[in-house]
Design a protein around this ligand. Structure first.
Ligand code: ADP
Ligand code: MG
Ligand code: ZN
Length: 476
């Protein structure tokens, strides 16, 4: 039986983390009402001129620095012409013959060891608009907000030979994009989209087989499933005497199947030509050096540093450094005076829980690091119990109020005053003479009962540690 080896090459589109679009000042913010971020430039009105957003070059160059790609001293934009309703200009500004970055590689480690995946190029381009096909409507709707959103396209060589290699690669690439702040890496918002090119060939054959291309997947799970499915489909086709034809496919994640979008015969002829309205992009050594000096810390460096500086368990470090903004938040809580391990427990526990439940971005989170540090210090002073602190925290997250204010408003201050506690303890002992006698006779487990009664009597506000020692003292 012939064994088949797959060859896979990826084209990854990633939205760059800018506030404004690539050639105009329109906002890139996600989730606005349709057609609210548009101007003459991104709508492609005649006679207006695009102006390149300088930041997109810097963000792309960060990726070159991380992958060892070669930043071209001179690169330029081209027009990719095609007609489709999501493209009001009738062309997309992209880079073609002279991309910003050539070469580079990302190393992956799989069960078979380490392997280098070569990058062919990284270039800049603008996104198209969005067609909305709403259920129950005969018409399609068009949203221009995405037109002109800045993207980088990262193209690999067809070096992948397994889905495992692809999966590892995408995880590392996403980490690079996110930690360099080149992209926000938000998959739900389509910040990273993958096209996979797939071919098979008999083992031993050098020349690659005919490829198909699965377009526009925005989940890594789908990428893996689609490639798996496509490799099997091609093998089965060849084994049954057929031939793979070059075509563009769409993956249906619900059914787990692919369908044909277009074949090679009707493949696009984009009639690329140099973009006449933009000057070439010229990058010098000084600029690259500045970008290198400002390159944010990568995941591994951050992990090692956080571990070293705060001495928290490796488990905590892994969770806290998974998202750079969360790590930054955690460090600010410490800088505001909190103990590193206590801060870690709160961030890993309550903070991540609330962010998750309310689907909130940490940037919009109402409990600012100083406020969480203040809450942690209230526990430390014995002003509130751990349990009360959680109630206060929820209120802070909902309202943005300070912990002191919530504590006073809700009457959640813990009773640590010894006289007050003694009075409460005395009452409980007096009303339970039988239990008191049995305690004195040696049944000291009853301490829990007494503490519980005092807590009940104070509606949970007594400081349980204090109560414990007061009762022990009173009954001895
Ligand atoms: P195009 O511009 O037509 O999309 P490219 O030559 O730029 O073609 O290749 C696009 C992607 O397809 C790259 O990621 C490349 O690695 C991959 N690729 C090219 N040939 C093959 C092949 N025979 N099998 C698998 N992937 C391939
Ligand atoms: Mg392609
Ligand atoms: Zn615009």
């Amino acid at each position: 039986m012939i064994r088949y080896v797959p060859a896979i090459g990826l084209e990854i589109h990633s939205q760059l983390a800018t506030n404004s679009k690539i050639f105009c000042g329109c906002s890139t913010v996600f989730g606005s009402d349709p057609n609210t971020h548009a101007c003459a430039v991104c709508l492609g009105m005649p006679g207006v001129l695009p102006v390149l957003n300088r930041q997109v070059i810097e963000l792309a160059i960060r990726m070159a620095l991380l992958t060892g790609g070669e930043v071209q001293r001179k690169s330029s934009f081209a027009r990719k012409n095609y007609f489709y309703p999501d493209l009001p200009k009738g062309y997309q500004i992209s880079m073609f013959e002279l991309p910003l970055i050539r070469g580079g590689h990302i190393d992956v480690v799989t069960g078979k060891g380490k392997k280098s995946i070569r990058l062919n190029r990284i270039h800049l381009e603008e996104d198209a608009g969005k067609l909305v096909h709403a259920e129950g409507y005969p018409d399609s709707f068009f949203d221009v907000n995405r037109c002109g959103i800045p993207l980088i396209e990262i193209v690999t060589e067809p070096d992948f030979e397994s889905v495992e290699e692809v999966t590892r690669f995408l995880a590392i690439l996403k980490e690079m994009l996110v930690f360099s702040r080149a992209s926000r890496g938000n998959m739900e918002q389509g910040n990273i989209r993958v096209d996979a090119n797939i071919s098979i060939r008999p083992e031993g054959q050098k020349e690659l087989g005919t490829r198909t291309e699965i377009k526009n997947m925005n989940s890594f799970v789908n990428v893996a499933a689609a490639i798996e499915h496509e490799i099997e489909r091609q093998i089965s086709m060849v084994e049954h005497g057929g031939r793979v034809v070059q075509e563009t496919l769409l993956y249906d994640p619900l059914r787990g199947t692919v369908s044909s979008m277009r074949s090679k015969e009707d493949a696009h002829d984009y009639r690329y030509f140099p973009e006449p309205d933009l000057v070439p992009v010229v990058v010098d050594d000084g600029w690259i050096a500045r970008i290198r000096a400002e390159l944010p810390e990568q995941r591994d460096e951050m992990r090692a540093r956080v571990q070293r500086e705060y001495g928290i368990p490796a488990y905590d470090t892994d969770i806290l450094t998974a998202v750079p903004e969360i790590a930054a938040y955690y460090e600010e809580v410490i800088h505001a005076g909190a103990d590193p391990k206590k801060a870690s427990n709160w961030v890993m526990g309550e903070v991540l829980r609330v962010l998750n439940e309310t689907q909130t971005d940490i940037a919009e989170f109402k409990v600012k690091p100083q406020m969480l540090a203040a809450l942690i210090s209230l526990i430390g002073e014995g002003a509130v119990s751990g349990l009360m602190a959680k109630t206060i925290f929820d209120e802070m997250a909902a309202t943005g109020k300070n912990p002191d204010d919530v504590m006073e408003e809700k009457g959640l201050r813990q009773i640590s005053d010894k006289d007050e506690l003694r009075q409460a303890a005395r009452k409980v002992i007096d009303t339970h003479p039988g239990e008191a006698a049995r305690y004195r006779a040696g049944k000291t487990q009853l301490i829990g009962f007494f503490v519980g009664e005092v807590m009940k009597a104070t509606r949970g506000k007594a400081n349980p540690k204090e109560v414990n020692s007061i009762i022990t003292e009173m009954l001895s």
